[in-house]
Ligand binder design. Structure first.
Ligand SMILES: Cc1cc2nc3c(=O)[nH]c(=O)nc-3n(C[C@H](O)[C@H](O)[C@H](O)COP(=O)(O)OP(=O)(O)OC[C@H]3O[C@@H](n4cnc5c(N)ncnc54)[C@H](O)[C@@H]3O)c2cc1C
Length: 422
């Protein structure tokens, strides 16, 4: 924790009648702050204070585009100073280390106490790395630009090492890339590898036939959340790119250049990426709110923390039961960016003395990229495959950029994205 707060500035202290403190500037916190800021311009009785250690939002859903290259993984960072430049949102680049709901205060960094009128907890999730022997020491998770850079670094090191080897067998072992986790994140990362790594190898003068790319999923099928025909198409597409898909056996242990499955199979894995799931921000469990069995914070129907009138919880850290389907919402950016603005509107209603409204989630579709220019998914009950699916996925990025930065941001980033797709 000391490292995480080192060098961070204290939150500016102001005297204001009503302070809304937003903890976390990811998809949920950023959309909440932007919506609130746009509507509270010119009011000096309310302060919006966003507390977030990282000045760049890690736009995680865009990571697949840059995980293996082109060499600009920073593309999926969204600078907060640019997003909030013209909005009445104070951003404090620090970490909330404690919340005291009974006192209506948060502790920032190593001890500054900041009172709030309303609190919005949006501290997200972290990757789960289970205690499989050898895993933690040898794997990369895929949760930030830094992770993508590490994957690129390890990939390049493997290329350089392979270039020096005369034995084809050793080159194949050195150029073995494995992704564990056949959910959307794992498929997106392995799809990008399957499409881009052969090109990179050929550009480096190496033989793409020496490359091994594996996807390992413990369940019997990848992309469990998608309809069956879409899963089969994704497997087919991956295989056509040279990716070997292993399903139905869990990872038992990780060795230096290989993983061993419970079935006994040994898979060369000089570079290993773990996409085996996520859990709610573990610090949030210490903040005094009600939790569900998976340690997400339980919310009421209007997204307030269960039993608290002045605290909301949104995004991945929130356990919200969808009343129409009676399920807990999945950890998805598309849910976070609906919840952020909804809470902003509820806060505005509270400022006007009106009652809050229930949150009604809309799951309009789901798209998974399999390589940078092909995808699978569904929208309004209709299955989409190939180019239409990838276009729909990229449109969701553009919609987000429009939501937080208007036309200038959307235009700038769309141009960058199109340049990268070429
Ligand atoms: C590789 C990858 C691909 C994905 N692709 C998709 C996709 O295609 N579609 C989709 O819908 N979803 C996708 N997701 C899921 C999506 O990214 C998450 O659901 C989304 O990020 C949740 O938003 P959030 O705001 O709750 O959390 P985050 O975006 O994770 O933001 C949480 C923020 O809180 C900050 N924070 C944490 N603790 C503190 C603290 N103590 N004090 C202050 N700040 C704190 C963090 O620094 C972070 O900025 C993907 C996820 C990954 C990892």
């Amino acid at each position: 924790m000391a490292d995480e707060t080192r060098g961070a500035a204290p939150c500016p202290s102001t005297n204001v009648a009503k302070r809304v403190v937003i903890v976390g500037g990811g998809y949920a916190g950023t959309t909440c702050a932007v919506t609130l800021g746009r509507r509270l311009k010119g009011r000096d009785d309310v302060e919006i204070l966003l507390i977030e250690p990282d000045p760049c939002q890690q736009a995680l859903s865009e990571l697949d585009m840059v995980a293996v290259g082109p060499p600009r993984p920073q593309f999926c960072e969204l600078w907060h100073p640019a997003v909030f430049r013209k909005l009445p949102v104070r951003v404090c680049y620090n970490r909330v280390t404690a919340i005291h709901p009974e006192d209506h205060t948060v502790t920032v960094g190593d001890g500054q106490i900041v009172p709030y009128w309303r609190l919005v907890v949006a501290s997200g999730a972290v990757p789960v790395v289970p205690p499989i022997p050898g895993l933690r020491e040898r794997t990369i998770t895929m949760w930030s630009v830094e992770d993508a850079q590490e994957l690129q670094r390890q990939g390049e090191a493997a290329f350089k090492h392979a270039a020096k080897l005369s034995s084809a067998e050793e080159r194949r072992r050195t150029l073995s890339f494995t992704v564990v986790g056949g959910g959307a994140t794992g498929v997106e990362i392995v799809g990008t590898m399957g499409q881009l790594l052969p090109k990179r190898l050929t550009e480096a003068g190496l033989d793409a036939a020496d490359l091994q790319v594996n996807l390992v999923e413990g369940r019997t099928s990848i992309l469990y959340d998608l309809p069956e025909p879409q899963r089969a198409k994704a497997v087919h597409k991956l295989e056509s790119m040279g990716v070997t898909v292993h399903t139905g056996s869990m990872v038992d242990r990780v060795e230096d250049d290989a993983i061993v499955l419970a079935s006994g199979a040994r898979i060369d894995s000089a570079v290993l990426v773990w996409c085996g799931g996520a859990k709610a921000d573990p610090h949030a469990a210490e903040w005094g709110f009600e939790m569900d069995a998976s340690k997400r914070l339980v919310t009421e129907i209007d997204l307030k923390a269960l039993g608290f009138q002045d605290a909301y919880v949104i995004g991945d850290v929130a356990s919200f039961r969808n009343p129409s389907k009676n399920n807990i919402l999945p950890m998805l950016a598309q849910m976070a960016i609906q919840q952020g603005p909804h809470v902003a509107m509820n806060l505005l209603r509270e400022l006007d003395g009106r009652p809050t409204t229930p949150f009604l989630p809309h799951m309009r579709g789901e798209f998974v990229s399999v390589g940078p220019s092909w995808g699978v998914g569904w929208m309004y009950g209709m299955n989409l495959t190939g180019l239409p699916a990838i276009i729909m996925k990229r449109i969701t990025y553009v919609k987000y950029w429009l939501q937080v930065g208007g036309i200038p941001l959307a235009w700038k980033r769309t141009r960058e994205m199109l340049a990268m797709q070429r």
